[in-house]
Design a protein around this ligand. Structure first.
Ligand SMILES: Nc1ncnc2c1ncn2[C@@H]1O[C@H](COP(=O)(O)O)[C@@H](OP(=O)(O)O)[C@H]1O
Ligand SMILES: [Mg+2]
Length: 266
């Protein structure tokens, strides 16, 4: 059965709906649609579940943005890239289903990403974590819980494609590696205090990190490329292969160790 068209979300064009509230509503609605779809897939092959999930969530987000913000551009993992976004002042950067593999495996570590880039910066965002029944946003910003200073650091990495430097950086920091799916889920783990840092290298795209980074920065966390330079969005080539998100007090040491380990790996 092909993905069923979702009913339009009501009143998305209502006056006064802020960009961040729109992001939260869209990410949450797409997340619920994904949960519902998964509950009915029976024993469909994983590739079919991935395909249907990507399509269903894209449909919810694209339809919602078309109604609520018809003048804005959109950059999505699940749509053909339209170069007019490069001349637009407002661009929604969305990943309808991040952690597609984990979604298809019935796990909870996947996410829906909705971010708004405006005139050079990420200005609003939401990351839905449907498996946890929650949505993190830029406003109100999340508050990372305090941590036990004596506890070893927990470093989140991809469970299927951990970066080459993962083990070296973890060793240098005395950190325990925690493997999870989805860039959004891993950034959210740092925001939620389930991990202390997330290190990724070797490949990713703007949609994998835009909304998570917006949420993390709003929560006061450090987010940058592995070399410490800023993450830039709405670039001609959306390939944005690496990032580090961590508690701000750790950033200097983390970046120093990443640089050292990268030098040794080369
Ligand atoms: N080396 C790589 N090249 C391209 N994309 C990568 C990548 N490693 C991770 N990603 C993307 O980053 C997201 C999180 O990956 P991971 O779970 O491995 O941390 C996934 O997005 P999607 O699930 O939206 O495709 C995945 O495709
Ligand atoms: Mg993704």
């Amino acid at each position: 059965m092909p993905p069923q068209p979702q009913p339009p979300i009501r009143d998305l064009d209502r006056e006064g709906l802020s960009d961040v509230d729109l992001a939260v509503e869209l990410a949450g609605t797409a997340g619920r649609a994904l949960l519902e779809l998964r509950s009915g897939v029976g024993d469909l092959p994983a590739d079919e579940v991935k395909k249907r999930g990507d399509a269903a969530a894209q449909q919810v987000l694209a339809a919602g943005l078309a109604v609520a913000r018809p003048g804005d551009a959109v950059l999505s993992e699940e749509a053909v890239d339209d170069a007019t976004r490069l001349d637009a002042s407002r661009v929604w950067i969305i990943d309808p289903l991040d952690g597609t593999r984990e979604y298809s495996e019935g796990r909870s570590d996947w996410a829906v990403h909705v971010a708004l880039w405006e005139a050079g910066s990420l200005v609003a965002g939401a990351v839905a974590l449907p498996g946890l029944g929650t949505v993190l946003a830029t406003d109100p910003a999340a508050v990372a819980p305090s941590r036990d200073a004596a506890a070893p650091w927990r470093m989140a990495v991809s469970r299927s494609r951990p970066p080459a430097i993962a083990t070296g950086v973890a060793q240098a920091l005395g950190a325990d590696l925690v493997a999870m799916g989805s860039a959004g889920f891993k950034v959210a783990a740092v925001v939620r205090g389930e991990a202390d840092l997330y290190v990724h290298g070797g490949g990713q795209y703007e949609w994998d990190s835009a909304a998570p980074v917006a949420v993390a920065v709003a929560a006061g966390l450090h987010a940058s490329r592995l070399d410490g330079s800023p993450l830039r969005y709405n670039q001609p080539d959306p390939y944005l292969p690496d990032l580090v998100v961590c508690r701000p007090e750790m950033a200097e040491r983390v970046l120093t160790e990443i640089e050292r380990v990268q030098r040794d790996v080369q």
